[in-house]
Design a protein around this ligand. Structure first.
Ligand code: UDP
Ligand code: MG
Length: 338
């Protein structure tokens, strides 16, 4: 029991201000534990010297590992990669800015020892975040919970512990634009929550501008709910009924209405139509991304892993890899006229 390995996965994007503190805090935490820990930092294409800090820290702390992306692929993809590279019996995903307190990991491990395979952190309080962020997050999680069939718990981020068995299932899912917390709910198994207070970021700025927040929200909705697609049909049906009614009234009373009414109808109807097309587009984009079958991320460099795993990000399994190698060979042979 004491020698079990726990992996901590930390996505990192331009965090050079806080990384030294994060590393020291985590190493202090780990040193006081009975389990062995590996810390997997996934550098999501940082343009500062985050990767250098991590690589240097490896000289003092042997349990630190680095996966470095070739560019910024996004927080959710960095987490996905970290889980694929982790080899622990349990994997904890947490932010690199220390907003998720390491002490909570003990409470998570306790629940895991009780037999829970997913232990998610539920934020009972969020310090130092804007009113807008807190309110929009509150509303979004409640909306998502209402429109999805999968019970995605409210007020949880990606701070959670997953068992190896869950990680193995997740590794088989190769969805583009993954909404990791939703996928973890979707896989099932025994899940429970631990409450925690989310602290203020200790240094640096949030790496989640409104644009990235909106993308995350849209990915959450389009990957777990078909309701928006059906919404267009219902709205269309409702409007058609109203239109018929207005037409009927006009016919009966022979009052053909004013231009203002027509202008109003024209504008609002075209707005609704465009909205419906937009919704279709959001889902179509997911299908399009899936059909391209590009790798989810590209790893430029890894450090601390015994077996170089770069190819795992590019190819899901060795069969695919062999297929590709043989098609490349085929092309080469054709070129040579063989
Ligand atoms: N992050 C990342 N890629 C990105 C954006 C963020 O890996 O494109 C990391 C970031 O370094 C941090 C975590 O994801 O460790 C959460 O980001 P942040 O703290 O900026 O989000 P917030 O807490 O403000 O929602
Ligand atoms: Mg943060």
């Amino acid at each position: 029991m004491t020698q079990e390995l726990i992996s901590i996965v930390l996505p990192v994007y331009n965090e050079h201000e806080i990384l030294p503190t994060t590393i020291q805090t985590l190493e202090n935490f780990v040193a006081a534990q009975s389990q062995t820990y590996e810390l997997i930092f996934v550098d999501d294409g940082s343009s500062d010297y985050s990767a250098t800090i991590i690589a240097h820290a490896r000289e003092s702390f042997k349990n630190i590992k680095l996966v470095q992306f070739s560019r910024n692929f996004g927080h959710q993809i960095a987490i996905t990669a970290g889980i694929r590279y982790a080899s622990g019996a349990a994997i904890v995903v947490m932010d690199a800015d220390l907003q998720d307190p390491p002490e909570v990991i003990n409470a998570m491990i306790e629940q895991w020892h009780q037999g829970y395979q997913v232990v998610y952190g539920k934020r009972v309080q969020r310090d130092g975040e804007t009113w807008f962020k807190k309110t929009s997050a509150r509303l979004f999680y409640r909306l998502l919970a209402r429109i999805t069939a999968v019970p995605i718990p409210t007020d949880t981020g990606d701070f959670r512990l997953i068992d190896r068995q869950v990680a193995e299932v997740l590794k088989k899912i190769n969805e583009d634009d993954p909404y990791v917390r939703g996928l973890i709910s979707w896989v099932g198994f025994r899940q429970t929550a631990v409450n925690y207070e989310r602290h203020e970021r200790l240094a640096g700025q949030s790496k989640y501008p409104l644009r990235k927040m909106m993308k995350l929200a849209l990915d959450g909705i389009t990957s777990f709910s078909e309701l928006p697609l059906k919404l267009a049909t219902w709205l269309g049906g409702g409007l058609l009924a109203i239109g018929l009614l207005v037409g009927l009234i006009n016919l009966v009373t022979l009052d053909l209405g004013g231009t203002a009414l027509i202008a109003f109808l024209l504008v609002s109807l075209s707005g609704l139509l465009l909205l419906a097309i937009g919704i279709l587009g959001a889902y179509l984009a997911r299908i399009f991304a899936a059909s391209r079958q590009r790798p989810l991320y590209i790893v430029a460099n890894t450090e601390g892993f015994h077996h170089p795993q770069t190819s795992r990000s590019m190819f899901q399994n060795s069969a695919e890899h062999n297929n590709l190698t043989s098609s490349i060979n085929l092309v080469k042979r054709k070129k040579l006229g063989q």
